[in-house]
Design a protein around this ligand. Structure first.
Ligand code: COI
Length: 356
């Protein structure tokens, strides 16, 4: 089964300044089982992080019936504080993804209670260095050992925790992205708005090709005519064109990001014009050509805000703004991370303190 990458003991410590993303795990995990025959979800348990033992016919390994989430906990100013950003939205999205994948949903209060218990158990693992947090990965997998194609009757829900730094090696430095018209991520009626493994598996080849050409991420176009922009890599995408902040409207093919929603709300409240609408790649290209594309940035839980400095489309290369992090991206990054860590006020009630 291999050894667990449990490569840090709290006493031994690790260098918080050098934290990357997703390669260090805390001591405990939460598990809970679902069995239709035994009355639904039962036996939530916090136990030592350990390998899962799965029958080789376990359905998730064959048909990908799986859903996950990503959210973050932060150390607050008071050492008793543990701040979680908008967990209600992640839990609601988790259940929506479950419905799309024919997976039984979870009671949101039970989810929140068990997740909080786990985080409090491993609270000493929450890093305190600016730019770091405890990434929370709730996941459900279909566990029937069965090779026929149908929804599983048994599921395992688990949550693991990982102290993280920046998602991209670039940190908050701008990234270069490649617009692909060769591959698509999601199509109408598909699973694009669900947070499920298949969406990420299908993105890998395009991302690998982009990496080999020196780009950090892929910008996806819509599947039907590849004319309009959808999202970028593992994030939602925003443009600032002539002082209008534009992001593609949600229509079933785009992940409804929690950070996306926060960006829209914050940007509107600081007086910026924000439009959720169809935006064609032609409009983006034209704006870049005539100099009205002031900024482009991605938003996501893992990356928060990731400025884009360059993009390539059909072999043509464009610089965004002056090729540096834009002022709106920088401002939103500060506002969101300030709120998440408790150093900025939270007029929206987005931050939930689970620590005391
Ligand atoms: C997130 O931003 O939380 C994500 O899910 C992105 C990725 C690490 C899959």
């Amino acid at each position: 089964m291999g050894t667990l990458p449990r490569n840090r003991s709290i006493s031994g410590g690790y260098d918080e300044e050098k934290l990357g993303f997703g390669n260090i795990f805390t001591d405990h995990m939460l598990t809970m089982q679902f069995s239709a025959e035994e009355g639904g979800w039962q036996d939530p348990e916090i136990r030592s992080l350990d390998n899962l033992v799965l029958h080789p016919a376990t359905m998730v390994l064959h048909y990908g019936q799986q859903v996950f989430e990503g959210l973050k906990a932060f150390a607050g100013k008071d050492e008793r504080d543990i701040l979680v950003f908008r967990p209600d939205m992640n839990i609601a999205r988790f259940n929506k993804s479950c419905e799309r994948l024919c997976i039984p949903t979870l009671n949101p209060e039970l989810f929140m209670e068990q997740m909080s218990l786990l985080i409090r158990t491993d609270r000493d693992w929450i890093p305190r260095t600016p730019g770091t947090s405890l990434y929370i990965r709730p996941t459900i997998i279909a566990t029937d050992p069965f090779l026929g194609v149908r929804p599983s009757k048994k599921y395992l829900f688990f949550i693991i925790l990982s102290p993280v730094g920046a998602y991209y090696p670039e940190g908050f430095e701008p990234v270069k992205i490649m617009v692909t018209d060769k591959y698509v991520r999601a199509c109408p009626g598909g699973i694009g708005e669900a947070k499920t493994s298949g969406n990420y598996a299908c993105s890998l080849l395009a991302a690998e090709e982009a990496h080999s050409l020196g780009f950090t991420q892929v910008l996806w176009l819509n599947a039907v005519d590849k004319a309009s922009v959808e999202e970028v890599g593992t994030m939602n995408i925003f443009f600032r064109i002539n002082d209008e902040i534009v992001t593609p409207a949600l229509g079933g093919t785009i992940l409804p990001g929690v950070t996306r929603d926060s960006v829209i709300r914050l940007a509107r409240d600081i007086g910026l014009k924000v439009s959720e609408r169809t935006i064609s790649i032609q409009e983006v290209e034209e704006a870049a050509k005539i100099g009205s594309l002031q900024e482009m940035f991605g938003s996501g839980t893992a990356a928060v805000i990731s400025p884009v400095s360059h993009f390539q489309y059909k072999g043509r290369n464009f610089v965004v703004g002056n090729g540096k992090t834009g002022e709106v991206a920088a401002d939103l990054f500060d506002r969101i991370t300030g709120m998440q860590t408790g150093s900025n006020p939270d007029p929206y009630g987005w931050v939930v303190n689970i620590g005391r």
